[in-house]
Design a protein. Structure first.
Length: 274
């Protein structure tokens, strides 16, 4: 099983090794020190300090109201609780509208202890990705369903079902990899597209609603604990792991989720899109 106890602190090199070996790694969101500690000691390799906090913590109906100051606060708390997981932090809406703004916003999160920043978008992010890479800031490029662009996308819908859109997504993923992206996150795309992009890229690919073939899987912590706010529709790709808890509690649910990902038992067909 891939875990900190067997590998030491998780780095980008660790995730690259997992991909080369054909293994899997698990990722989960966290927003405070307590949950960061539980997650990072449960065999979960990556913690995402996600702008999803706008919905699950702040009660908004999207991630758009989340500010950079919000992200800095939660990044600081997660860092204090983390015990060896790689920490990725979201750059929130309109905090990377220009290359210089991308650099300043990313630097703020890296100073708080982030190991990597995540940006939502396609090929238009290539210049900012290259700039951050050159300045020593690792980037995760988030493609497919990008919640910060929800108004343009017209809702939370599967992306890449159209062959032309799928082809464009593959090409843009390669552009971002060439620009220096260290990881790609794919959200809400058909299983076959998730498989093709994962096999095409050299960098690790994390999926959420992207099928079982990606190198890693990620979920929002509240979703996998079965406590999604009632105002939010539970997506198809979500699974509640509390019934599978190894100790009947939250830490046991984290461990069950990590094991299911490592053993490639999650996600199943019922959590994926054709």
């Amino acid at each position: 099983m891939s875990s900190q106890s067997t590998r030491g602190p998780i780095s980008i090199n660790t995730l690259n090794t997992i991909k080369r070996r054909g293994e899997k790694f698990a990722a989960l969101t966290a927003y405070d020190a307590l949950f960061a500690n539980l997650i990072s000691t449960s065999g979960i390799e990556v913690i995402l300090v996600g702008d999803s906090l706008g919905m699950v913590l702040q009660g908004h109906d999207s991630t758009l109201p989340v500010t950079l100051d919000d992200m800095v606060y939660h990044m600081n708390t997660v860092r204090r609780g983390n015990q060896g997981s790689l920490i990725m932090a979201d750059l929130p809406f309109m905090s990377y509208a220009s290359e210089n703004q991308s650099l300043e916003s990313a630097a703020a999160l890296m100073r708080c202890g982030a190991h990597m920043v995540k940006l939502e978008g396609g090929a238009w992010l290539a210049a900012s990705t290259r700039l951050l890479f050159e300045r020593g800031i690792p980037v995760c490029a988030h493609m497919g369903l990008t919640p910060q662009a929800i108004n343009r996308l017209g809702g939370y819908r599967v992306q890449g079902r159209n062959p032309d859109q799928a082809t464009a997504m593959i090409e843009e993923a390669k552009i971002l990899q060439d620009a220096g992206a260290s990881i790609l996150l794919l959200e809400c795309v058909p299983t076959n597209l998730g498989k093709e992009i994962t096999e095409t890229l050299d960098v690790p690919v994390i999926g959420i609603g992207a099928g079982p073939h990606t190198d890693g899987q990620i979920m929002v912590m509240h979703d996998m604990l079965g406590i999604t706010p009632t105002s939010i529709r539970v997506p198809k790709f979500v699974k509640n792991f509390m019934p599978e808890s190894t100790d009947g509690g939250i830490k046991g649910a984290f461990e069950a989720y990590a094991l299911a990902v490592h053993e490639n038992r999650f996600p199943g067909p019922e959590h994926s899109f054709k």
